[in-house]
Design a protein around this ligand. Structure first.
Ligand code: VGL
Ligand code: ZN
Length: 205
């Protein structure tokens, strides 16, 4: 059984948003094209409390792009984004909500970030997505969304670690690229972990 995972297709990661990813909105059209091909569609939603420790504003003396240590893990400082209950945290309006089977929220613990849709960055707590997929007989996930070099990458790698087949839809992803090579590095890392990389047109039906 296959499932489509839409990673963080939220207003704040699209142009005009608080953590806008260049051409991030172009992923929405790809998602809309693929959704009808799946019986199970999962969306992840970055869902931070206002005092989340991944925000530079909540760590005096830091600025966006700095890397600090948080709970013993390296943590990039981000602008405040995807704050619970705000417009920026909502899934993009153009997504057909009735076609999304379930939404999994992440990043709710203020002390630790959660790029992956499966676990926080320290692999301390699960979101429930893994068990939910297994309970439905899912053995293959097709992944797209925002951003390639953070939440998409860690979601795909965790899915591989859970023993799932993983296909990345490259044209359905866009990267933050804090450094210019981050997108290419992320895709190479996913490939090395056994993620198949394809395009939306080449995806087997
Ligand atoms: C993301 C940075 C911070 C993402 C989320 O969705 O890739 N990136 N929070
Ligand atoms: Zn976040």
């Amino acid at each position: 059984m296959r499932a489509l995972i839409l990673v963080d297709l939220q207003n704040d990661f699209c142009p005009g948003g608080a953590l806008a990813v260049e051409r991030g909105h172009e992923t929405i059209e790809v998602a809309k094209k693929l959704i009808p091909q799946f019986d199970i569609v999962v969306a992840t939603q970055d869902w931070h409390p206002p005092h989340h420790k991944s925000f530079a504003a909540n760590n005096p003396g830091t600025k966006v792009g700095d890397v600090i240590e948080l709970e013993g893990l390296p943590q990039v400082m981000w602008p405040a984004h995807c704050v619970q209950g705000t417009r920026g945290a909502e899934l993009h309006d153009a997504l057909p909500r009735d076609a999304i089977t379930e939404v999994f929220r992440k990043g709710t613990d203020p002390a630790i970030d959660s790029y992956s849709g499966f676990f926080d960055n320290g692999h301390r707590k699960a979101t429930g997505l893994g068990e939910w997929l297994v309970a439905r007989g899912v053995d293959h996930v097709v992944v797209l969304g925002l951003a390639t070099d953070y939440c998409v990458k860690f979601t795909a790698l965790d899915a591989r670690n859970l023993g799932l087949d993983v296909t990345l839809v490259e044209d359905g992803c866009r990267a933050v690229n804090l450094s210019p090579q981050d997108e290419a590095k992320a895709i190479a890392e996913m490939r090395a972990a056994g993620v198949k990389v394809t395009t939306s047109d080449a995806l087997p039906q």
